[in-house]
Design a protein around this ligand. Structure first.
Ligand code: ZN
Length: 537
């Protein structure tokens, strides 16, 4: 055997036990782990030999929920994610507006509703800085947009609209005048349709750069939760150019109003793709977000909102999930509120009762506030909980003075992002960033899962420390759990002979690295399918 790559002087960490394997070298051939042993045994004839000098190898880290292409497009505009109040928002927008030619669009992203300090999220609250400027600003949750008056005008939005997506809304004031806030995809699309989009090459360039940074952060794979726009063509083009360093599993959206032909086409296209990307599963939405009042809760939030499902007829969602299940298509449903999560679990339960489990592994994305009896159902139904702990640590506060917590009230805010309870109840907990909603660096997300504090303010108290994952649980969330969710536990997620050579090499043991230092732990090497996709300088 002539291995393509041999790593020596390695410490090989098993994410199942948290212990090191009794080998110090790993040989890769044909994209798989071919042998484990000693450096002396394995090094002979290696095409490439890398002495890791005691660095720690973990199975390649996989982000369970991200949006590489749409994220690359969204994050092309002004970054507002660091703006803590309206003055900062206005200053950032004014600076960007000064750079624009007359009539040119301003795009922004990452706007946090907490920055409005209790004022409504509206064009009026932002004030004069956007006068005459066509501007489309994504809120941090990517489920809502703030459009300027000029943008509304160009999109022909002058009053309320009705949408097939139950929680989509052109928010209007008491006189029926749009405020600029647009909720959910269908409403945002009205403005997106008239705003200029990057051309294909620009999109490829931006996505390639994002993927390069993801590999440098230690990611070898990701579960991409949309196939929107030109995403699939971008992945194909990047792979052809040797610019696709992540292994991507892509779930296209299935939206309310989906017709039988569209559904059949999605079922048919399962498995399509290239060498390292493929269509797998379907992404659905059961609700929107707590912050926008578009989640689906058992009881209204304190504004009387978040009372409805994203599917105007939730029974239709159940029917579609049943059909996908019968066809062997795993579903991933965005469900944030307690009623939404319950409905998704009910739908899976019915599908399994009607057609048998059939090895189809469904998942719920986000699971932001749920009661005890719902927590217990995940393991029983074999449904994966796909969680983004940094949405909790970065956008909510332990003292519950943030918009998310205030809307929910004490009882439901006290059930926030129950990663630990779900893990302890036997559910598979997949971790991810939902980038561009939160930063993609996997060690940062794992750190957030472990300390439950905001990355930039480690001095703040943790939000529900009882929901913190152990270091081993957090590592499993990026290795074993995503492999299981993808039905690939026999070939991914562990360091074992025959498994894919997707490897992340860290300067030290992530399990014994203190929580507060984990995010800064250097990533020495990233390997996807035996190919080195990142090597620290
Ligand atoms: Zn998402």
């Amino acid at each position: 055997m002539h291995p393509d790559l041999v790593l020596t002087n390695a410490r090989l960490l098993d994410p199942g036990t948290g212990t090191f394997l009794p080998f110090d070298a790993l040989a890769v051939a044909d994209g798989r782990i071919a042998r484990l042993g000693t450096g002396r045994e394995l090094a002979a004839g290696a095409a490439e030999l890398v002495d890791l000098d005691g660095a720690v190898v973990v199975p390649g880290l996989t982000d369970g929920h991200l949006h590489p292409v749409s994220g690359a497009e969204r994050t092309a505009g002004v970054d507002l994610s660091g703006c803590a109040d309206l003055d900062e928002v206005r200053a950032a927008l004014a600076a960007a507006a000064r750079e624009l030619a007359a009539g040119q669009w301003l795009r922004g992203w990452g706007l946090d509703p907490n920055a409005f300090g209790g004022l409504p999220v509206s064009a009026d609250s932002v004030g004069a800085v956007l006068d005459g400027v066509p501007a489309a600003i994504d809120l941090f949750d990517a489920h809502s947009m703030l459009a300027s008056r000029r943008a509304l005008e160009l999109a022909g939005i002058d009053g309320p609209r009705r949408f097939e997506q139950g929680s989509a809304e052109v928010v209007c004031d008491a006189d029926g005048r749009p405020t600029g806030l647009l909720l959910e995809d269908a409403a945002c699309e009205l403005v997106d349709a008239v705003a200029p989009r990057p051309d294909f090459e620009e999109l490829c360039r931006a996505t390639a750069e994002v993927l390069r940074r993801m590999a440098a952060a230690g990611l070898t794979g990701g579960h991409a939760m949309d196939a929107n726009g030109q995403s699939l063509a971008v992945y194909a083009a990047l792979e052809e150019r040797g610019q696709l360093p992540l292994r991507l599993r892509i779930a296209p959206w299935v939206q309310p109003g989906v017709g039988p032909e569209e559904l059949a086409a999605l079922i048919r296209r399962q498995g399509e793709g290239g060498r390292h990307w493929r269509i797998a599963g379907a992404k659905l939405f059961m609700d929107g977000t707590i912050d926008n009042g578009t989640a689906w809760l058992e009881r209204p939030d304190c504004h009387g909102e978040s009372t409805g499902a994203f599917w105007p007829d939730p029974a239709e969602y159940t029917r579609v999930v049943g059909e996908l299940h019968r066809a062997g298509v795993p579903t991933a449903t965005h469900a944030i509120g307690d009623a939404a999560v319950r409905h998704v679990l009910d739908a899976v339960e019915r599908a399994v009762a009607a057609h048998g489990a059939g090895g189809v592994r469904h998942r719920v994305e986000h699971v932001e506030t749920v009661p005890d009896d719902t927590v217990a159902r995940f393991a029983a139904l074999g449904v994966t909980a796909s969680m983004q702990p940094t949405h909790c640590t970065e956008y909510t506060r332990a003292d519950h003075t943030d918009n998310w917590s205030r809307r929910l009230g004490e009882e439901r805010a006290g059930r926030a992002f129950r990663c630990r309870d779900l893990a302890e109840a036997g559910a598979r907990v997949v971790l991810g960033s939902d980038w561009p909603i939160a930063p993609f660096a996997p060690l940062g997300v794992m750190a957030g899962a472990r300390h439950r504090r905001p990355a930039r303010h480690p001095e703040q108290p943790p939000h529900l420390p009882g929901q913190a994952l152990t270091p081993l649980q957090a590592l499993a969330g990026y290795t074993l759990a995503p492999a299981w969710a993808a039905g690939e536990e026999d070939r991914a997620g562990r360091l074992a002979v025959g498994h894919r050579a997707d490897l992340t090499v860290l300067a030290a043991d992530p399990l014994s690295t203190p929580d507060a230092e984990l995010a800064a732990l250097p990533v020495r090497l990233t390997v996807r399918g035996g190919e080195i996709t990142h090597r620290a300088g």
